[in-house]
Design a protein around this ligand. Structure first.
Ligand code: ADP
Ligand code: MG
Length: 443
């Protein structure tokens, strides 16, 4: 279970943060609804509880354990210490219902912080925001289904929760369910195992608004897709609202049944793009104002410029900066920000994984990452694969055998591929500038 929780956490954080705080944890045992997890020391424990409470709560829910709590046990035997005054300030900071551990969720599993009021609207998310509001105001009567898609940390879950809370507040009689597609699958499997499939169906087919987060997890899960198809039809036919989110549009979700894909296209598809600089600054300002922390303009600009697109990372940087400033009693200045965020920002740039490169190249050429890793030598994949190997060699410190393993190839093939790309760069100016553009993406 902890593995699954970690996998969900990893998807929400930047790599450096994950490696620093979550990687060194070790699952001990489960005690009713409490997961006992070992951490290196008391500092890590406190930090995790203070800053990642809500992320943990989300991850637990997504991993099929909503309502579970995590108890961190310091491996060095640190007593659970009294907070110092500066720390106390931080605890109070995080004691708004949304970030306070354990478990910041209301009865419907919605995060109180994720409302339309706290959502900053800019050109990148304006369309999705308007669509979400329309749906929240007239569930089942505007766009059905509403399908929102966009990259990690761009606000999909936030908007889903915002719809949920708006509906809760303004249409009190409406029954509402928010669930990730992964949890939908886990519950369905359990229902089958314990012969409660009828209850399961009733639960999901008798709601007025069904919010399904991260629908991309339906990819390749045939039985789940089949069950969801029937749920969808039952709701749709009786005019109930369905809202879906995904990290990509329906036609890019692999192994999704055609009948589901076409249903997802029946209503409105709204994308969320990475925020522009102004929106990022506005988000930072809004969050720091809400926390009562003055954030100088040049510091906001600095963070907004350095954090490329993920809004979760943007928030994470701000939290870290504010924590550091208050623990050390320093003012928030540009110099402090540069100092404190160096590791996050440097980490973001340095931590290029082989898989990330494969995914990037696959996207660039419009093939699937799995195709680059498969044995096939068809023409569409040969060049992308060579380019992917070349980028892996150029941009990471991975060894040739390491790279070979990613693609299921011998390291001599990797050498050959790299040479081929180098030669082609010399011979073909277009190809050369494509490669340069790809490299620039990571430098
Ligand atoms: P996704 O589900 O797309 O991966 P989330 O909805 O979980 O992303 O957003 C990540 C974090 O960024 C959340 O804490 C969310 O509140 C915040 N966030 C995203 N977009 C905005 C926005 N436009 N305004 C304010 N906060 C935002
Ligand atoms: Mg999400």
């Amino acid at each position: 279970i902890w593995e699954r929780v970690l996998a969900r956490v990893e998807a929400k954080l930047n790599r450096h943060t994950f490696l620093t705080w979550f990687k060194p944890t070790r699952f001990i045992r489960e005690n009713g609804d409490t997961l006992m997890v070992e951490v290196p020391d008391g500092t890590v424990r406190d930090w995790l509880l203070r800053h990642y409470g809500s992320i943990l709560a989300e991850a637990l829910a997504e991993a099929g354990r909503p309502g579970a709590v995590v108890s961190f046990v310091p491996a060095d035997g640190t007593e659970i210490s009294e907070p110092s005054p500066a720390e106390e300030f931080l605890i109070r900071q995080s004691e708004d219902p949304a970030t306070a551990p354990p478990l910041a969720q209301g009865p419907s599993g919605l995060n109180h912080r994720y409302t339309f009021e706290t959502f900053v609207v800019g050109p990148s998310n304006q369309f999705a925001n308007a669509a979400a509001r329309a749906v929240a105001e007239a569930p089942g009567r505007s766009y059905n289904p509403l399908f929102m898609y966009g990259g990690v940390g761009l606000g999909k879950t936030h908007l889903m929760h915002a719809i949920g809370q708006y509906v809760d507040r303004h249409h009190r009689q409406s029954a509402l369910t928010y669930i990730s597609s992964e949890r939908f699958m886990n519950e369905m499997i359990n229902a089958i195992r314990y012969e409660r499939i009828i209850d399961f169906r009733e639960r999901y087919r008798n709601v007025d608004v069904l919010l399904v987060d991260d629908a991309q997890f339906l990819a390749g899960k045939e039985a789940t897709q089949n069950e969801f198809f029937h749920t969808f039809n039952a709701l749709y036919d009786s005019g109930k609202q369905i809202v879906l989110s995904s990290d990509r549009p329906p036609h890019e979700i692999p192994a999704l049944e055609e009948r589901l894909r076409s249903r997802f296209n029946w209503g409105l598809i709204a994308d969320i793009q990475p925020p522009d600089l102004e929106t990022k600054i506005a988000i930072l300002k809004k969050k720091s104002d809400a926390d009562g922390v003055p954030l100088p303009d040049n510091v906001a600009l600095f963070i907004a410029t350095k954090i490329k697109s993920n809004i979760r990372d943007l928030e994470g940087s701000l939290i870290r900066l504010v924590a550091y400033a208050s623990l050390t009693g320093k003012d928030i200045t540009l110099a402090l920000a540069q100092d404190v965020l160096r590791s996050i920002i440097g980490g973001e740039e340095k931590a290029i994984t082989l898989d990330a490169l494969v995914k990037f190249v696959a996207e660039y050429y419009g093939v699937r990452p799995s195709e680059l890793k498969a044995a096939s030598n068809s023409r569409q994949v040969v060049t992308p694969r060579q380019v992917a190997m070349y980028l892996c060699k150029t941009l990471t410190s991975a060894s040739l055998p390491d790279i070979g393993r990613v693609f299921g190839k011998h390291h001599s093939t990797v050498i050959h591929s790299i040479r081929k790309v180098e030669e082609d760069r010399k011979k073909n100016a277009d190809f050369n500038s494509q490669i340069n553009a790809m490299l620039d993406n990571f430098r």
